[in-house]
Design a protein around this ligand. Structure first.
Ligand code: ZN
Length: 239
């Protein structure tokens, strides 16, 4: 079914060392990272890509400060577009790091599309990646549909595997007429990841992360959405 509307939501911000966003750069700098799930409305479905964040468990609060006005809560952001959480049919999690699945529990009626590798790893991550996964965010009675690779959700909404930042990371391509909105997820945290081929600072496999960036760069008529770029708060213009 054709895509009718695409909206970039503004779910507030969280702080993190900027060196976690780009590999080998920005040591000692703190960055106010934007949280920006994407709402896609087709003729048949309401689709949400990533679920942002609302609060953090106590043990994580000293590492990240969340700044979110009431209007920036995910419920309020959806309401601005006339959508209630119960009405979301499909959630796509690019991956299960805490800042991308923090509100999964809100979407009781949704099918959740996640790569099988990602969910497996989320439950049993390596020591160096454990802080990125918060089990209480994803380990819920939700309808997870496990994917193995590329997957077409519907006409105009395609899931593309982009591993590297995490083992089962995926990006989403939303086609509206001739434009392809490429929701990079953390395959490209900031514009420089795509523009200068800089891989993310949080990294599971660097070689795969660079391949994934190149896969995104090869998409024609692409308009990229960078997961945490706080200068890009609305959908860029069409190609
Ligand atoms: Zn992230």
């Amino acid at each position: 079914m054709a895509v009718l509307e695409v909206h970039l939501l503004n779910n507030g911000y969280f702080t993190l060392p900027k060196s976690l966003l780009v590999y080998g750069k920005y040591f000692g700098e703190t960055y106010q990272a934007a949280l920006k799930p994407l709402l896609v409305v087709t003729e048949e479905e309401k689709i949400l890509v990533d679920t942002g964040l609302s609060s953090l468990p106590e043990r994580h609060r000293r590492f990240h400060k969340i700044s979110q006005s009431p209007e920036q809560s995910l419920e309020a952001q959806l309401k601005m577009h006339g959508v209630k959480p119960d009405e979301i049919d499909i959630v796509i999690n690019t991956h299960l790091h805490f800042d991308h699945c923090g509100n999964n529990a809100l979407f009781k009626n949704a099918k959740f599309y996640v790569q099988a590798r990602e969910i497996r790893y989320a439950y049993a991550s390596d020591r160096f990646m454990q802080n990125a996964y918060i089990r209480e965010f994803f380990d819920k009675e939700l309808d997870y549909r496990l994917l193995k690779g590329k997957y077409k959700i519907t006409d105009g909404v395609l899931i593309l595997p982009t591993p590297g930042h995490s083992p089962g990371h995926q990006s989403v391509v939303v086609s509206v007429e001739n434009t392809k909105y490429v929701y990079c997820g953390d395959a490209a945290t900031l514009a420089e990841c795509v523009e200068r081929r800089n891989i993310p600072g949080v990294i599971y496999r660097a070689d795969q992360a660079l391949d994934s960036i190149d896969r995104l760069r090869a998409i024609r008529n692409a308009v990229y959405v960078y997961s945490h770029d706080n200068q890009q708060l609305s959908l860029p213009r069409r190609a």
